[in-house]
Design a protein around this ligand. Structure first.
Ligand SMILES: Cc1ncc(COP(=O)(O)O)c(C=O)c1O
Length: 422
């Protein structure tokens, strides 16, 4: 077997498609907004924001969509609309991006971290059940990477305990559970259109709901609290979270490509799953049989260090990255973030939540293991031909063959997440 590129060998160098995909239609869309002079505005005139929200909702089988600046304020807005605030508890998964927990924190609510399922890597319904107290108000399950969380189980728990469900679908554009779009199942769905996402305008977000009262509240919250219906004249607490027309115009064009791109990525991700299932010591994230259209933001695969000469995930992903495969180690378990460290005496969390959060006993063994042994591969890799998938498997075998030398390599913690950084 050839030497690894990281250790001086020749890289496999697959031709990874560029992201974002764009052409003259995107340029034209932005030019037209510039020529119109209507760069923003809400609710009128903002034709692109309204059209994009309508098109996105039609694709995701949901009634109302509120376009926003990003996929963090969508979570905050959903919590605000549901009346979640100071002292309330919100259940979040141990593996996600920081925003899932920062959103409740920013409202003074307490994020309660729950461990994940060892196969899907999404929040565990059993851990949710165990974490519910009389202060629990909401659950923010995340459709992580390339799958959908067990919505049936979570919605049943939520109904039993009268909890709000906000689907964090930042990774899950075009995903479907039992034939219906993600973001249409919970009380709210929250999408991000930040640069690395599968639908992007650089930054951007969309909040979905089927409830007209929630839609009206969200509309108002993101528009500085102005009433949606001027006749009602009720101002609420809100802020300017409005999207610009340039972002919305780009998103309208990008949305016309989403289903085709999603089909290509799904074909390749499913093929990679098949191939990895035949490789010793590495297995793909489990995709539930009820997922009828797979979200395809990231492909996650977990390896057994013992089958790869005891290397760690930083060494593994550094080696694959040097071969030209865009991957990284992903996000650490939530309780390892600085804000949840007891030693951070000046941190916001410690100062305000020390009586409510049991920092010292936070323990999430499944998330810990998954975080240390999982390779997160970026979606653009799956936009090419199936040959790329074969290159991935070749890269894995190259790593195994060179594991003894790779084990001595010191991987920089910071250089590997560039493809995934949000
Ligand atoms: C799971 C998850 N939730 C929320 C967000 C926040 O989205 P944004 O970066 O658009 O604020 C992200 C962004 O990466 C994410 O991965």
């Amino acid at each position: 077997m050839e030497k690894l590129a990281l250790l001086g060998g020749k890289p496999l160098n697959p031709q990874v498609p560029v992201w974002p995909v764009r052409d003259e239609r995107d340029e034209q869309a932005v030019v037209e907004v510039i020529r119109s002079g209507v760069y923003g505005g809400f609710p009128e005139p903002a034709p692109h924001a309204a059209q994009f929200a309508a098109d996105f909702c039609a694709m995701h089988d949901v009634a109302y969509g509120i376009a926003c600046v990003n996929g963090t304020v969508t979570l905050v807005t959903a919590l605000m609309a549901a009346g979640v605030g100071w002292g309330d508890e919100v259940l979040v998964p141990a593996i996600t991006f920081a925003a899932t927990a920062w959103a409740p924190l920013s409202l003074g609510a307490v994020p309660i971290i729950c461990d994940i399922d060892p196969e899907t890597f999404c929040i565990s319904p059993a851990a949710i059940e165990a974490a519910i107290t009389e202060r629990t108000r909401a659950i923010i399950p995340v459709h992580l990477g390339g799958t959908v969380v067990d919505l049936d189980a979570i919605l049943a728990i939520a109904e039993k305990h009268d909890l709000i469900v906000i689907e964090d679908a930042a990774h899950a554009h075009a995903g479907q559970w039992r034939g219906k779009g993600v973001g249409s199942w919970g009380h709210f769905g929250s999408f991000s259109m930040q640069l690395t996402k599968t639908l992007t305008s650089g930054e951007g977000g969309l909040l979905t709901t089927n409830d007209p009262a929630y839609a009206e509240a969200c509309h108002s919250i993101i528009d500085c609290g102005r009433p949606k219906d001027a006749a009602k004249q009720v101002y609420r607490l809100g802020a300017n979270y409005r999207i610009t027309e340039m972002q919305a115009a780009l998103l309208e064009v990008a949305l016309t490509r989403l289903l085709d791109q999603s089909a290509t990525r799904n074909r390749n991700m499913n093929y990679l799953d098949e191939r990895l299932n035949a490789v010793v010591g590495i297995k793909p994230q489990k995709v539930d049989a009820r997922v009828t259209r797979r979200p395809s933001y990231l492909h996650l695969s977990q390896f057994d260090p013992a089958a790869f000469g005891g290397i760690n995930s930083r060494q593994f992903t550094a080696a694959l990255t040097a071969e030209g495969i865009p991957c990284g180690v992903g996000n650490p378990p939530m309780h390892r973030y600085d804000l949840f460290q007891l030693t951070e005496e000046n941190s916001f969390t410690y100062r305000h939540f020390k009586d409510r959060l049991d920092f010292a006993s936070m323990s999430f063994p499944v998330a810990e293991r998954v975080a240390q042994t999982t390779i997160w591969t970026a979606h653009q890799f799956f936009l090419g031909d199936t040959d790329l998938v074969d290159v991935f498997v070749e890269g894995v075998e190259k790593v195994r063959a060179n594991a003894d030398e790779l084990r001595t390599f010191t991987a920089q913690p910071d250089t590997q997440l560039a493809h995934l950084r949000t």
